[in-house]
Each structure stands twice: as C-alpha cells, then as structure tokens.
Write a protein that binds this ligand. Structure first.
Ligand code: MN
Length: 260
C-alpha cells in the first residue's frame, strides 16, 4: 500500500513523526508537509508564488525522510498526488494534529483540509487530531490509538469517497474509553475574540478560548469530552440537499434585471 502523509503543523511537528512511525509497516510511506506551521489554514492554496520543495531528513528516534513545501496543507497533498509521486497513493493520512478538530474547528482545520484535498482527488483519506486541552500530547501514545482506528477502518474497507475525521481525547482523561462513530457537532463557538487594549482610536482583539456553546449530545465534541475517540465521516459536497429540494420549488421566472 502506498501512503501519503501530510499535516498542518509542519514537517517538524512531533505529531507527524509519531504518525509516520505508527503506520510505516503498512507500506511505502511518503511524507509531504508544509515547511512551516499552517494551523487554521483550512483548504487554502497558494496562488501568488511558486511552490518550493525540499527533501529533508528529520533526525531523532522517530526520524524520517520527507519533503517540505513552502505552501499550505492542501498544496502539499495535491502537488504530491498530481506531480511528485510516480503513482497516486492508495491512502492519504493527515496529522496527528496538536489539538482536536471537532465541531466548528473542522471548517478551519488544515489537518482536515489536507485529507479533504485527497478526497477531492478521489483518494481515501483519514485526518487524525489529538485533543490537548491539558496542554500536552504524548504523540507516540496518541499514534498507537490512531493506528488501532486505522486498522479497523482498513479492515472495514475505505474507498475514494471516504474522508474520515478521527479525534483522540485528552490524555488527562486516561485511556480512551472506546470509539464512537458520531456526527460533527453543529454547536457554535463561545465568544472567541477578546479586546486586549484600546488606544489612539484603535482597538486590539485577540483570538482565544475555543470553547463550544452547549449543544446537542452524540457528536464529536461531546464524545471526546467524555473520553471517547470520535470517528466522523465527512463530505466535501456542500450542497444542502433538503434546501435544494425546497428552493427548486421557488419560481424564479424568466431573467429580468431588477431596477433600483
Ligand atoms: Mn495544527
């Protein structure tokens, strides 16, 4: 099996090394990752400058050889699939992100976006993130749970339509209590912008606290809070199918210009 691995925390991130080491016996692994931190890049791509690729050797006990790209996570994945790799990979993995990507975070996540880019290319993809509410992640430990989930997903069978988002609960909660297959939480974020100062007619705000507003249960947010690993299949088609149906009944009539 040919596996492409990327992330959004950058080529030097310990979560990437841990993931590479946790899956390297599954086949031929190629790492193509951003050369700098790209968290919250979402599925941005680089349009105003060419992309430079460097072959890099990451040293250490979990060292590996890979490629760094001065671009976004989505750039890395598409460039690798379409240009760099002699053949398309069978599977794309992203992570392990330092921090959970659940609920509204999924929209901002570069980790999930790297996997989503693979899914757009028709390649099954799994994104892995580890909650770090307590400030630390033991990545090799989190990676062992990612591998366990991946083995079960591979056993169940993955296809080119698959974009799976996996989150490991905070290690302060102890060993994960199990795996829950759950939807993404629709809950909004609590107030995240805080005014830190105001001077000379200028206000300064900082983005902090990514707490979720209380919402419904049985989703990715409440699963990891309860100490379970969450597994959420995502889609890239943003069409709202129920609204498509009801809006189709709206009579837009012929084309006319509205005069003001
Ligand atoms: Mn990140």
């Amino acid at each position: 099996m040919r596996i492409l691995i990327s992330n959004d925390d950058g080529i030097l991130a310990p979560g990437l090394a841990a993931l590479v080491n946790a899956v390297k016996d599954l086949g031929e692994v190629t790492v193509v990752a951003p050369d700098s931190h790209q968290s919250a890049a979402s599925q941005a791509i680089t349009v105003f400058h060419p992309l430079t690729v460097h072959r890099v050797r990451i040293e250490g006990a979990e060292g590996f050889t890979g490629f760094s790209v001065d671009g976004r996570p989505a750039d890395c994945v598409r460039l690798a699939i379409r240009k760099m790799l002699p053949e398309p990979p069978d599977l794309v993995l992203s992570g392990i992100n330092a921090g959970a990507n659940v609920g509204a975070h999924v929209s901002y996540s570069g980790t999930v976006a790297a996997a989503a880019e693979a899914r757009l290319c028709g390649i099954p993809a799994v994104a892995f993130s580890a909650c770090m509410a307590s400030g630390e992640v033991d990545f090799p430990n989190a990676a062992s749970f990612c591998r366990m989930v991946l083995d079960r997903l591979l056993q169940a069978g993955l296809n080119g339509q698959d974009l799976i988002n996996v989150n490991i609960p905070d290690e302060s909660l102890g060993e994960p209590r199990g795996v829950r297959v759950v939807p993404q939480s629709p809950a909004d974020l609590e107030e995240v912008y805080h005014k830190v100062s105001e001077h000379d007619g200028c206000e300064i705000y900082e983005l902090r606290d990514f707490q979720f507003a209380p919402g419904e249960a049985d989703n990715d947010v409440d699963s990891i809070a309860a100490g379970f690993i969450s597994v959420t299949p995502l889609i890239v088609d943003r069409t709202c199918h129920p609204r498509l149906e009801s809006l189709s009944e709206c009579d837009f009539g012929g084309i006319t210009r509205v005069q003001n």
